[in-house]
Write a new protein. Structure first.
Length: 314
């Protein structure tokens, strides 16, 4: 089944990206050995931009987005400290609240559900409207990108054909408990086993595979060790392996637009720079960036520089 995303990066920047990537392959991603090392950036003088700490999840796509922010800010004179690969939300959100990280690419729906367990928002607009009140003091969101990268339930094409699967609710045809591969924290997520049972009446058992829907999860699905995989929707592996992403007619999984969460240290100048990045970041663009990372094994720094250069943001 064809993915609902266009795997090919838009032509307008792919050629430029290829040229820049070829010349920068010797570069390595800028990150520290201990991503939680306390950073004490200088406030800077009133005439110079402040030093900002840019963080990322322990997920390659999220690091690429963080690197986009970091390089765009550096190009305009901001000093940047990178704290990449911090971990999942349970780990990095306290760092944001404590003021140790100033800029972080988040995902709107999951962030809202994490902050407000009673949230009733369903649409992307409703999620964005609810987020400001849900955020802890000292943090705010900037404009969301069109790009989404949300949890999605995937099965192999053969498994879908055998059981006539199109939507999540069709899994009831399979019978018995279904094994789903996902990060360990998935077991407690509202769209995990509890949500699947409450919304769709499905019983699932979670097989912990802590690679954020990466190669280990993909292999487990292809090998039949799991029947269902939680894979982020902008991951090119969905199309490459012809996985079937099951539709979600009851909106169990909220829209996950990429949205920057920032501290009070991010002034209007820095916010405007980040907003320009977000304005260019569509789902197709993000899938293209992820595809370069997977295919070429290029660092986030190389990928980000190529894209930002092609977009005229450097």
């Amino acid at each position: 089944m064809k993915s609902r995303f266009d795997l090919s990066p838009p032509v307008r920047w792919l050629r430029a990206a290829a040229v820049v990537v070829a010349g920068l392959l010797a570069l390595t991603a800028c990150s520290t050995a201990n991503p939680l090392t306390s950073a004490t950036p200088s406030a800077g003088s009133s005439s110079a931009p402040a030093t900002l700490v840019v963080g990322s999840q322990q997920y390659y796509s999220n690091e690429i987005i963080a690197e986009l922010y970091a390089q765009a800010l550096e190009a305009k004179g901001f000093k940047i400290t990178r704290q990449f690969q911090i971990g999942q939300r349970e780990v990095y959100l306290p760092e944001l609240i404590a003021g140790k990280v100033d800029v972080f690419p988040e995902y709107s729906g999951n962030l809202l559900q994490y902050l407000d367990k009673a949230a009733t928002a369903k649409s992307g607009a409703e999620v964005m409207a609810a987020l400001p009140d849900a955020l802890p003091d000292g943090l705010r969101i900037l404009g969301a990108a069109e790009a989404t990268d949300q949890d999605s339930y995937n099965v192999t094409k053969e498994f879908a054909a055998k059981h006539g699967l199109v939507s999540i609710e069709d899994l009831a045809k399979v019978g018995g408990a279904i094994k789903v591969g996902a990060n360990s924290e998935f077991a407690k997520r509202p769209y995990g086993p509890i949500g699947l049972k409450g919304v769709y009446g499905l019983d699932v058992s979670v097989i912990s595979i802590d690679d954020s829907g990466g190669p280990l999860t993909v292999k487990a699905l292809k090998d039949g060790k799991i029947q269902l995989a939680d894979i982020y929707s902008a991951d090119p592996s969905i199309a490459t392996n012809e996985f079937v992403t099951l539709t979600d007619p009851k909106n169990l999984i909220l829209p996950q637009n990429v949205v920057p969460v920032v501290s009070a240290k991010v002034d209007t100048t820095a916010a405007a720079i980040i907003d320009k990045v977000s304005a260019e970041l569509s789902t197709a663009e993000l899938v293209g960036l992820n595809a370069i990372s997977v295919k070429d094994q290029s660092s986030s720094a190389v990928i980000a520089k190529a894209w930002l250069t092609a977009k005229g943001l450097l």
